[in-house]
Design a protein around this ligand. Structure first.
Ligand code: COA
Length: 259
């Protein structure tokens, strides 16, 4: 299987595993992601979801170009492919559990799409980023532009898309494409720490923030205030909110259950 799906403790890992092609994402790999996300969403033990590429040469060097002739050629096929991509990326973005991308090496095209659908992005210093659609003559999809725009802003989104060039980790940090750059050898340890925090923090409070933030970046329509209020109320009534207050007063670490 070219996507490895593995639960390790409270973390659901999704690993792109096609190292001979720099972890390029083929059709079967794209299709495996919504199922993996649904499994992790259902599993109450899973508190966060993490993406990475197998090995340290690449997160993912984009979609598998060798398949474009078949799955991404005429108009109908392109639309079908973009629908699949929307399903994949929304399965990540719409999850109420926090997600992150741990990026070693190349993160190109579809790799950037996955990373931008995640909540958090951390990379090693030798990581390289780019969306080479203009070099391939590819009409990049609608929501991919939207996520890029929201993350890096108009000016940078235009340069990234028009030039199709690659950016190093420092440049990616400067344009907020990643949250932090670590020395390559320290990336995994740092991400483990982030994951530990995500897993220990109150799940409903994180889900509340995800719900509200997603309402402001959704593709169409006004923010659903009732839905946002309901998420806040769920937190207000939760056992975790009681636990959080008590733990603070008792000067101990809280134990959150997501209830
Ligand atoms: N789709 C299919 N195959 C890919 C691929 C992709 N996106 N990215 C890399 N590969 C394959 C290469 O064709 C090569 O296959 P081969 O061994 O059969 O020749 C193999 O992976 C190794 O890549 P190679 O190009 O030899 O490695 P490199 O270190 O010189 O360069 C990259 C690495 C990632 C810079 C280069 O492979 C590349 O530009 N890939 C395409 C990236 C891209 O345009 N992605 C966007 C797609 S939307």
């Amino acid at each position: 299987m070219s996507v490895l799906v593995e639960k390790r403790g409270a973390v659901g890992w999704i690993v792109f595993n096609q190292p001979e092609k720099k972890n390029a994402i083929n059709d079967a790999m794209w299709r495996a992601i919504p199922a993996a996300m649904a499994e992790f969403d259902r599993d109450a033990e899973v508190r966060c979801i993490a993406f990475r590429g197998a090995g340290s040469e690449a997160f993912a060097a984009g979609a598998d170009i060798s398949e474009f002739e078949n799955v991404r050629s005429d108009r109908g096929a392109v639309a079908e492919y973009d629908d699949l991509l929307d399903r994949v990326l929304h399965s990540i973005q719409d999850s109420l559990k926090p997600s992150l991308a741990m990026i070693h090496g190349y993160c190109l095209g579809g790799g950037v799409e996955i990373a931008l659908a995640c909540d958090l992005r951390y990379c090693g210093q030798s990581a390289q980023f780019g969306i080479p659609a203009a070099k391939l003559g590819l009409g990049y999809n609608i929501e991919g532009h939207k996520r890029l725009l929201e993350t890096v802003g108009h000016a940078r989104a235009r340069e990234i898309m028009f030039l199709g060039r690659r950016y190093d980790a420092g440049e990616a940090l400067a344009m907020s494409l990643v949250h932090r750059v670590l020395p390559d050898a320290e990336l995994e340890r740092y991400v483990d720490g982030v994951i530990e925090t995500l897993c220990k923090n109150a799940p409903l409070a994180i889900a509340n923030s995800k719900t509200i933030l997603e309402q402001y970046v959704k593709s169409a329509g006004a923010p659903d205030t009732a839905r946002m209020r309901a998420a806040i109320e769920r937190c207000a009534k939760s056992a975790d909110y009681i636990e959080g207050r008590r733990a603070f007063m008792e000067k101990r670490k809280p134990r959150f259950t997501g209830k």
